[in-house]
Design a binder for this molecule. Structure first.
Ligand code: FES
Length: 273
C-alpha cells in the first residue's frame, strides 16, 4: 500500500463472518513464530476473507511481508477483543496516524453507517505513506491531511489540524484516535482541553490475546486492564500512555539482535554464492 506497509487478504471465513470494527486477530507466521496482534482492517464475509494491514518493521512483520500470494500463515486466531461501541453521537472526529489509518477505516465506516457525521484527520510522515484516502473520503463529510514533511496537506501533525479546527470553533461530540502512542497521547491531551470524549485503540505487546498472560496490561484510570479482553478500546483521557510506551520498548534490544542475526545470515549466504 505504501513503502513498508503491506495489505494482506487472508482466507479466514469464520473470522470474516464474526469480526466487528475494533476487533483483532493473533497471527503466527510459523509454528515457532511469535504471536502478534493485528487489527482487522476490512472483511468480506461473502468471499470469506479478512484484510490485514501492517508495517514491516519487526522480525515477524518483515517475514509476513515476504510471503507470496497463496502461502499460508500458521495461525489466525480471532476475532478477539471487544468490538468498538458504535452509537449515534452526532459529529465524530476520527484522527489517525501512520498505519493507524488502516485500523480507523472500519471504525469510520461503522460510525458513518450509524448515522454520524464523520470528520477524518489523517496523518503520515510523507504522502507516500498515506493510504485508504479515497475510501475514507467516500465515508467522511470532511477529510484533512497532515504530513510531517509537508508533501501533502498541512505541514505538521494531525494534532495541529485538530487544534486548528477546535480553536476555530468547530464542535464535535466524540473523537476517535488511533495511531502511534505519542500521537494518541498528544491527541487526548488536546481533546481533554476541549472536553471532547475520546476513544483510543491500544496495541500493547500481546502473547495469548485471551486474558491469560498479563503481557498486554495497561493502566486505565489507575486500574490494571488487559487490552486483549478489556479493550483494545479505552477512554483516552484515562490511559497511562507513558507506561504503555515503556512496556512496548521492553523487547526492542532482543528484536534488534534477531534482525541483525537474520541480516548476517543473508549476507553470509550471499557471500557463499
Ligand atoms: Fe495475554 Fe492480554 S495478551 S493477557
Amino acid at each position: 500500500m505504501a513503502p513498508t506497509v503491506t495489505l494482506m487478504e487472508v482466507e479466514a471465513p469464520r473470522v470474516a463472518r464474526k469480526v466487528q470494527a475494533g476487533q483483532f486477530v493473533m497471527i503466527r507466521v510459523d509454528e515457532s513464530g511469535e504471536r502478534i496482534p493485528l487489527t482487522v482492517a476490512d472483511k468480506d464475509p461473502d468471499k470469506g476473507t479478512i484484510t490485514l494491514v501492517f508495517q514491516a518493521v519487526g522480525y515477524t512483520t518483515r517475514r509476513m511481508a515476504d510471503l507470496e500470494v497463496g502461502q499460508a500463515l500458521a495461525d489466525v486466531l480471532g476475532p478477539l477483543g471487544k468490538a468498538t461501541e458504535v452509537k449515534k453521537y452526532g459529529r465524530v472526529v476520527c484522527v489517525a496516524g501512520g498505519v493507524g489509518i488502516a485500523f480507523i477505516y472500519p471504525e469510520i465506516r461503522a460510525f458513518a453507517e450509524a448515522g454520524n457525521e464523520v470528520i477524518s484527520i489523517l496523518g503520515a510522515r510523507s504522502k507516500d505513506l498515506l493510504f485508504y484516502v479515497e475510501e475514507i473520503t467516500a465515508l467522511s463529510k470532511e477529510v484533512h491531511i497532515a504530513t510531517d514533511d509537508g508533501s501533502l496537506g498541512r505541514h505538521g501533525f494531525v494534532t495541529d489540524v485538530l487544534r486548528g479546527l477546535l480553536e476555530g470553533g468547530e464542535k464535535y461530540d466524540y473523537c476517535l484516535a488511533i495511531g502511534p502512542i505519542p500521537m494518541m497521547k498528544a491527541t487526548t491531551a488536546l481533546t481533554k482541553e476541549f472536553d471532547l470524549p475520546t476513544l483510543v485503540s491500544l496495541d500493547p505487546i500481546m502473547v495469548d490475546g485471551t486474558g491469560m498472560c498479563g503481557g498486554c496490561r495497561v493502566t486505565v484510570a489507575g486500574e490494571v486492564k488487559f487490552a486483549c479482553v478489556d479493550g483494545p478500546d479505552f477512554d483516552g483521557h484515562l490511559v497511562d500512555f507513558d507506561e504503555l510506551a515503556q512496556r512496548k520498548r521492553a523487547f526492542v534490544e532482543e528484536e534488534q539482535c534477531l534482525l541483525q542475526q537474520v541480516a548476517d545470515q543473508i549476507k553470509e549466504g550471499a557471500e557463499q554464492g
